[in-house]
Design a protein. Structure first.
Length: 239
């Protein structure tokens, strides 16, 4: 005896046992009002540089050029809050210079200092670009193509010196690493409980934070690396 199946039943049976792919709100991110911008045409008056000896952070040909030897963080001076996308173009430079390592395209966002809640830059000189001095801050952090361009990691620093790392936030696939001399567009997301990162429109990290950091400072971070940044924008997210 023949059993006839309707098309819906065929589809259900064909997909039984297949993993379900859930859509992410980051897939349809809609950005709106411009809050801050810097095209790096003039100077670094909107930024605070914390850098170990031997490196430079300066404007060259209308871009923020960070050529670092021992550790550097460049903070945007304005506090950023609410549901926002922080976006920029960035190029990892490989032109034969000493620091052209193509590693550690890193950044902090929603950063605050529990030891100085009323003045984030009070300890700027003490931090001085030395990475361990940033561990006590409360923030989100991505180390993109770090550890000699072998890992891309997302961490949530709770502000007590610990730096938890979830297994799903420790990536090693080549598609998540840096490519020399290629300009990419990154979008760093803070949208209530939804925290994430997109590269050239594709999702890298999508994290639901039950107790999100809702305001703080953004900073570019690197170590013994040379990178160029342009088209810095902060925009509200449309809902």
């Amino acid at each position: 005896m023949k059993v006839l199946l309707n098309p819906l039943m065929v589809l259900i049976l064909a997909t039984a046992g297949m993993p379900m792919v859930m859509a992410s709100p980051l897939d349809h991110l809609s950005v709106g009002e411009l809050v801050f911008l810097d095209d790096f045409e003039n100077d670094l008056s909107q930024w605070v540089v914390e850098q170990m000896p031997g490196g430079t952070a300066r404007i060259i040909d209308g871009k923020l050029d960070i050529d670092d030897a021992g550790g550097c963080t460049v903070w945007f001076k304005q506090k950023i809050g609410g549901s926002v996308v922080i976006e920029f173009d960035i190029t990892m430079v490989k032109e034969g210079s000493a620091n052209d390592r193509v590693s550690d395209l890193n950044f902090f966002w929603m950063a605050t200092d529990p030891s100085s809640p009323s003045d984030f830059f009070a300890n700027s000189a003490k931090r001085h670009g030395d990475f361990k001095n940033y561990h006590p801050l409360r923030l989100y952090y991505v180390g993109y193509g770090a550890n000699d361009n072998t890992s891309t990691r997302f961490r949530r620093y709770p502000g007590d010196g610990s730096r938890p790392l979830l297994p799903e936030h420790d990536l090693s696939e080549p598609k998540f690493m840096n490519v020399p001399n290629k300009t990419i567009h990154l979008q760093v997301v803070a949208d209530g409980n939804r925290i994430g990162l997109k590269r050239d429109g594709g999702i890298v990290f999508d994290f639901f934070d039950k107790d999100p950091f809702q305001e703080g400072w953004f900073g570019f971070r690197t170590l013994k690396n040379h990178m160029r940044i342009d088209q810095f924008r902060v925009r509200h997210i449309n809902h």
